[in-house]
Design a protein around this ligand. Structure first.
Ligand SMILES: [Zn+2]
Length: 239
């Protein structure tokens, strides 16, 4: 049993170190992730804006082509008008000319509107691009900071993780599950000292019966209040 208690104490010590390393990284991993998502979303938006710009430009070019075609036709109709011999043909020609003249007028108006829209869209795209540049620079800065921190601690972290794996392989499975359950639900502290007569996790005073149980060190003793595993410190054994 003493061996089991020692294993649990060692496991808690390793986990505490690993946790403090994780905490030292701060919110950088979170920030890098956030920035990456944001940039991806921004890129998608920019692509949509660019597509919209291209569509407007296409619309503009089509309108210009139609105007050119209409003007060519109008020139032709004017020549034809002088050669028409009957009223019916003349009327049809005049109608067709009126239609084309209207069309040219409408499309000319549309083109000037489209030109304004294109200018606005261009501005918006430039704005988005500069925000994107800023965000990308921010991301690479955070990424670099994270990489530096990771490199600093990677070696220590690997060593600790390796030690932990070896230790866990030796620990009784049921006991390990109990430890994990408490560790995760009780703020990364599953094994706490009880030397001072109270639980080192929730600071509840321990009844004398519990203390003597602890001193015997022949069973796993948990705090009645917080369920953490209590350990009567090993140094005290010599006293
Ligand atoms: Zn407690």
């Amino acid at each position: 049993m003493q061996k089991k208690l020692q294993q649990l104490t060692d496991l808690q010590a390793l986990d505490t170190k690993l946790y403090s390393i994780e905490k030292a990284k701060g919110n950088l991993p979170y920030l890098v992730n956030e920035f990456t998502n944001e940039i991806e979303q921004f890129n998608n938006e920019l692509e949509e804006f660019n597509n919209d710009f291209d569509d407007t430009k296409k619309d503009l070019n089509e309108s210009k082509t139609t105007i050119d075609e209409s003007n060519t036709l109008l020139g032709k109709y004017k020549d034809q008008r002088s050669m028409v011999t009957n009223n019916k043909e003349y009327e049809a020609l005049v109608n067709e000319m009126a239609y084309r003249e209207n069309l040219v007028e409408e499309l000319t108006l549309k083109i000037s509107e489209l030109n304004i829209a294109l200018e606005n869209k261009k501005e918006l795209i430039e704005e988005k691009k500069s925000i994107l540049e800023e965000k990308t620079a921010n991301l690479s800065e955070k990424q670099q900071q994270l990489n530096e921190k990771l490199a600093e601690t990677a070696e220590e972290e690997n060593k600790l993780a390796e030690k932990r794996n070896k230790l866990v392989a030796k620990i009784d499975k049921q006991l390990y599950n109990l430890y994990e359950r408490i560790y995760r639900s009780k703020n990364q502290a599953a094994v706490v000292p009880a030397d001072e007569g109270h639980c080192g996790g929730c600071f509840t005073m321990l009844p004398s019966q519990k203390l003597s149980e602890l001193k015997r060190r022949d069973s796993i003793v948990q705090c009645d209040t917080c369920s953490r595993i209590l350990i009567y410190s090993l140094e005290d054994e010599s006293k």
